[in-house]
Structure formats: structure tokens, C-alpha cells
Design a binder for this molecule. Structure first.
Ligand code: NAD
Ligand code: FES
Length: 278
């Protein structure tokens, strides 16, 4: 059992949580994820590590309440205990000096990009961050991204804060200004990572994406997180989650992610009815 030491509401549906888990913190690196099981009978929730504190042993995650398990996790409070937290899992992001790097985060993908931007900057890269949200009310981590970036561009679909448009509009505008971009890293909804990869392929810029495939065990045993990268089948949990965006079969990923949508909705509706009846 692992104690929740911090809980903060970032937007209506997005929460930050700190969990005392020294075994995770000991080896955590940018790009790793954890699998959290909120209660004894709960499902396994894979979440990218947002941050960690070596001294206190606390690992920080940011999640959106989208299904039964994240809703249940979101109902837990400081002082409560999660049943299990396994990690760090996955290969950490490969850090080296690339030069000028643009990190692109969409919505609740932004927390995953934060430690990557920080590690890239610490390695001597110039880091420009582009974060995209549907509207200003959904905007998160602007101050934190500024603390690990040389420049931050916030884009909102409706123009309610920052520049108006999608992250791809902001990226194209940045490219058109003429600055050299050596690497793009993108984390967010699959449609966003696909659109970023299509753009950077045209522009000839190497691009890494972090894939949020369906996961069960997180250790390469179940095959649930299978993705196609070029002509190879890979497991997102042990071979990734980071892959060359120009090689990812995004259509297959989208189709696999929607395979259990109907069952997930039924389960979430039951959960809501149960909670409303309390
Ligand atoms: P969202 O739908 O609100 O989109 C966020 C931003 O992404 C938009 O404002 C826009 O700038 C950009 N975007 C969306 N569609 C686009 C398109 N077609 N072309 C170009 N840009 C586009 O995002 P959300 O609802 O917060 O969802 C975030 C997603 O991130 C979730 O699907 C979640 O699974 C995923 N995620 C992935 C990881 C990972 O490690 N891969 C980690 C956390 C979250
Ligand atoms: Fe089971 Fe990756 S989650 S193989």
C-alpha cells in the first residue's frame, strides 16, 4: 500500500497526485511510466511519470478522469493509500545533445513532455515547448513548462489564450520563421501525434512520439500494447513508449485504442450510477 501525499485539482477533470513510492523514484527517468492499481479490486492504470523527488521518495502523476479506474483514483485523497504502484516501466527517453529541440504536448499529454523537456535542456539542448489545449480553462503547467524551456508557445483551438489554432499550426509557424529544428518530440492524443508526424515528415525533421497503447501487465507478457513500427511489431511497454513518429501505424493504434470503447462506457455509466446512489 502506498500513501497519497499530495492531491491537487488542475482542471475540472485533471488531477495531480503525489504517491510515496521510493522504489519507483530510485530509478525514475524522463519517459518512464508507472502502473497504478487504486484499490484491491481495481484495474491497472498506466500513467506517464510527471515528476519525482529523490529526497522524499514521492512520485508525481497527472491524470484525467476518463474511465472507472481514473475516476476511482481521483476520488482518493491525501492520506489514503493506493493498492499498488509498479515502476518505473518502459524505456526512458533517449537523451543526448540534438541541438534545437521542439517538444509538443497536447492536453493531458503535457505532463509527459515536462520531464523530457527538462532532461533535454539539462543535456545542453535548446528547448522550445509548444503546448496545445482546446480552450484556456483546460490549460495546465504553463509555469512549469517555462521553467524547463528556452521558449514556450501556448496554443488554444479557440484562441482564448496564447496563439489561436492547433499545435501543428504553431509548429509550422515556428518552422516558417526559419529557425533550425533538429528534433521534435510529441506527446498527446493520437490524432495530434499523427498530424505532427505527417507535418515533420514533409519538413524532414526527426520526430519521436510517446504511444499511449492499451496496456495490461506493462512488462511485455500480454501483447495488449502491440503497435506496428515500420515493418516491425513492437510492444509499447517494453520496446517504447517512444518511437519514430514517421514509422508508426497510427491508424492501427487508433483502431486498437477504440476496441473496448463500448464496454468502457457501460462500465463508467454503472460506476456513475453507483456513486450517485451513495
Ligand atoms: P485534446 O483533444 O484536448 O487535444 C489537445 C491538443 O492537441 C489540441 O488543443 C490541439 O492543439 C492538439 N490536437 C488535437 N487534435 C489535433 C489534430 N488533429 N491535429 C493537430 N493537433 C491536434 O487532448 P486531451 O483530451 O487532453 O487528450 C490528451 C490525450 O493524450 C489522451 O488521448 C491521452 O491518452 C494522451 N496521452 C498520451 C500520453 C502518452 O504518453 N502518449 C500521456 C498522457 C496522455
Ligand atoms: Fe502487456 Fe505491453 S502491456 S505486453
Amino acid at each position: 500500500m502506498y500513501k497519497i501525499t499530495l492531491k491537487r485539482q488542475l482542471t475540472k477533470d485533471i488531477k495531480l497526485m503525489g504517491i510515496l513510492a521510493p522504489h519507483v523514484v530510485r530509478n525514475a527517468k524522463a519517459g518512464n511510466f508507472v502502473i497504478v492499481i487504486p484499490g484491491e479490486t481495481g484495474e491497472r492504470v498506466p500513467l506517464t511519470i510527471y515528476d519525482w523527488d529523490k529526497e522524499s521518495g514521492v512520485v508525481y502523476i497527472i491524470f484525467q478522469e476518463v474511465g472507472v479506474s481514473t475516476v476511482k483514483l481521483g476520488m482518493m485523497n491525501e492520506g489514503d493509500f493506493v493498492y499498488s504502484i509498479a515502476g518505473p516501466l518502459g524505456r526512458h527517453f533517449h537523451i543526448e545533445k540534438y541541438g534545437n529541440v521542439v517538444v509538443v504536448g497536447g492536453g493531458v499529454g503535457v505532463p509527459a513532455i515536462f520531464p523530457i523537456a527538462r532532461a533535454l535542456r539539462d543535456a545542453g539542448n535548446s528547448v522550445t515547448s509548444i503546448t496545445g489545449f482546446r480552450t484556456s480553462e483546460l490549460s495546465i503547467l504553463e509555469k512549469e513548462m517555462k521553467s524547463v524551456s528556452d521558449a514556450v508557445i501556448v496554443a488554444t483551438n479557440d484562441g482564448s489564450s496564447g496563439t489561436k489554432g492547433l499545435v501543428t499550426d504553431a509548429l509550422k509557424a515556428l518552422y516558417d520563421k526559419g529557425g533550425k529544428i533538429d528534433l521534435v518530440v510529441a506527446v498527446g492524443p493520437v490524432v495530434m501525434m499523427k498530424a505532427v508526424s505527417e507535418l515533420t515528415k514533409q519538413l524532414g525533421i526527426k520526430t519521436i512520439v510517446s504511444l499511449n497503447a492499451l496496456m495490461l501487465d506493462g512488462t511485455g507478457m500480454c501483447g495488449g500494447c502491440r503497435v506496428t513500427i515500420g515493418d516491425k511489431v513492437k510492444f509499447s511497454c517494453v520496446d517504447g513508449p517512444d518511437f519514430d513518429g514517421h514509422l508508426v501505424d497510427f491508424n492501427e493504434l487508433t483502431s486498437r485504442l477504440s476496441a473496448f470503447k463500448a464496454e468502457e462506457k457501460i462500465s463508467l455509466d454503472h460506476c456513475k450510477i453507483h456513486l450517485a446512489g451513495r
